[in-house]
Ligand binder design. Structure first.
Ligand code: SAM
Length: 189
């Protein structure tokens, strides 16, 4: 999906602002109107706003209440529709979706505050991705897809083990200094 300049995104205090990873994930996103989409960890809502603008039936979720408010405001200021919930992964998310999108926290760090939750993925970088992937089956419609932003900063063997439960393919990649970021599309086997 192409970045739409006409979508006006306000950045918010204590919320992860759109960065290279956000735009790489957005660029690999394809969607047919009417499809049910969950963006997990919506941050400012830039990706969520694009999903809604493309005709996706949007649910957005974030553990950070400031991100929930920020995404709601950005949907409103762009006159877009979507449900936004405060949720630790799927805890407060009901229903099933055609597409799950997640740019998860992945750096080897512990979260010490609400903003750090945007990037801190524990010692292996997989502390949030692993339970997310455990929960996906219950929330995927038949033929449903998962789109993930992944990083070479994640512990490779652990990541490989997590992905081995799915059929998966790489959609796009980019190198930023010493780090490689890529987007992986997953489906239930
Ligand atoms: C790297 S940021 C991505 C933000 C936005 N989607 C983007 O691409 O710009 C990761 C987001 O996941 C959220 N997050 C972290 N842990 C979470 C959890 N357990 N449940 C839901 N959201 C979580 C963070 O608060 C943050 O907004």
């Amino acid at each position: 999906m192409e970045y739409r300049k006409e979508i006006d995104i306000m950045e918010c205090e204590l919320v992860y602002p759109p960065k290279e990873d956000t735009f790489l994930l957005l660029g690999c996103l394809t969607l047919r109107p009417g499809k049910k989409v969950l963006e997990m960890g919506c941050g400012t809502g830039l990706i969520s706003c694009h999903i809604a603008a493309a005709g996706g039936v949007l649910t957005a979720a974030d553990i950070n209440p400031w991100a929930v408010e920020c995404t709601r405001k950005n949907l409103q200021r762009n006159r877009l529709q979507g449900e936004v919930v405060e949720s630790d992964l799927f805890a407060n998310v009901g229903g099933s979706f055609d597409l799950l999108v997640f740019n998860p926290p992945y750096l080897a760090a512990e979260d010490e505050g609400i903003l750090e939750k945007a990037w801190a993925g524990g010692a292996t970088g997989l502390d949030v991705l692993a339970p997310f992937l455990e929960g996906v089956e219950e929330h995927l419609l038949p033929e449903g897809r998962i789109l993930l932003l992944l990083s070479s900063e994640m512990e490779p063997k652990g990541l490989e083990a997590l992905l081995s439960g799915f059929s998966h393919r790489r959609l796009g990649a980019r190198r930023y200094f010493f780090e490689e970021l890529w987007v992986e599309e997953l489906q239930m086997p």
